[in-house]
Design a protein around this ligand. Sequence first.
Ligand SMILES: Cc1cc2nc3c(=O)[nH]c(=O)nc-3n(C[C@H](O)[C@H](O)[C@H](O)COP(=O)(O)O)c2cc1C
Length: 346
Amino acid sequence: MLYPLLRNSLFMLPPETAHQVSMKGLQLAHSLPMIKHQLANRFQYHETNLAKTCFGLHFPNPIGLAAGFDKNASYLDELEMLGFGFVEIGTVTPKPQAGNSTPRLFRIPDQKALINRMGFNNDGVEIIAKRLKERKEKSNSKLIVGGNIGKNKVTENNDAWIDYCTNFKVLENVVDYFVVNVSSPNTPGLRALQEKESLRKIFAELQNLNKNNKPILLKIAPDLEPSALDDIIELTNEIKIDGLVATNTTLDRSGLKGLNMERAIKIGAGGLSGQPLLEKSTGILNYLHHGIGGRIPIIASGGIFNGADAQAKINAGAALLQVWTGFIYEGPSIVKNICQSLSANK
Ligand SMILES: Cc1cc2nc3c(=O)[nH]c(=O)nc-3n(C[C@H](O)[C@H](O)[C@H](O)COP(=O)(O)O)c2cc1C
């Protein structure tokens, strides 16, 4: 009820400032035991009827927070308080990166969309791993944490596998699963790594290191042609890939109409997320699910705002779901609302 008012105020700030202000506010709320308790009660979904086991991990509910929201693993306790079944940190790179120059995050409120060209701004794998280790030591939280990993901007594509392996080694004991991100549109050339031989090399090297069998998933772009999707489907037969995340943001602006299209042209480069991405990413999910024949689980990401969107993803073959833009527009009740709706449809 209150969130639309709060959102109006937050939307008066530049998007990145609004993000920082909200997270600091949540941090404060989390530090006050009475408020923390009330927020947890209000936002967490306490039933166990949506719990599920996927790639060997137990998820209390299927709604996760997608990568790029808590890039540095700084707010995991606060996000757990809001009821997320899992949180994917990152994208993490071996060396810290400042990312692209600002402004680099833009709202298109009429269509409940965002455009971003952040460029993997993050503290670097060593600092992030230390933060996760310290959290693990002092809390008994059961929150499932995924580690979304990428390469530094300065790393040549030929050497990209080394960056993925470095991230893996440093994060191995502090995350529950990994996602290989080769699908961000904001690191020049990164998406070329979605080509079959590059993926084969990265996954072969990672699985070689993976003595403890950590689940390693692949996150793909919604802009791939069917032939490239077929290559990925084939690759899942040839090499161990434990799951897919479908999808990242899109370069395609055709989901935007009229004035929003003009605004998007003015904004320029970046990945589009939110409502205009829903149909496209669900189509890709459906294609992959049929191609893979349900052999490995797929996490759906792209345009999920409510129970109907979530159900559409499940119908298309999703095992788990992630939100990002929906969290900005719908607010912290998004997890519980979706869970209640899925539960009513069960
Ligand atoms: C500001 C912003 C930053 C993002 N950063 C990352 C990232 O670092 N790594 C990644 O794999 N995806 C990143 N994403 C993509 C999201 O994880 C998600 O896949 C995408 O936004 C589609 O979901 P949505 O429509 O619910 O937002 C980012 C998205 C946004 C809006």
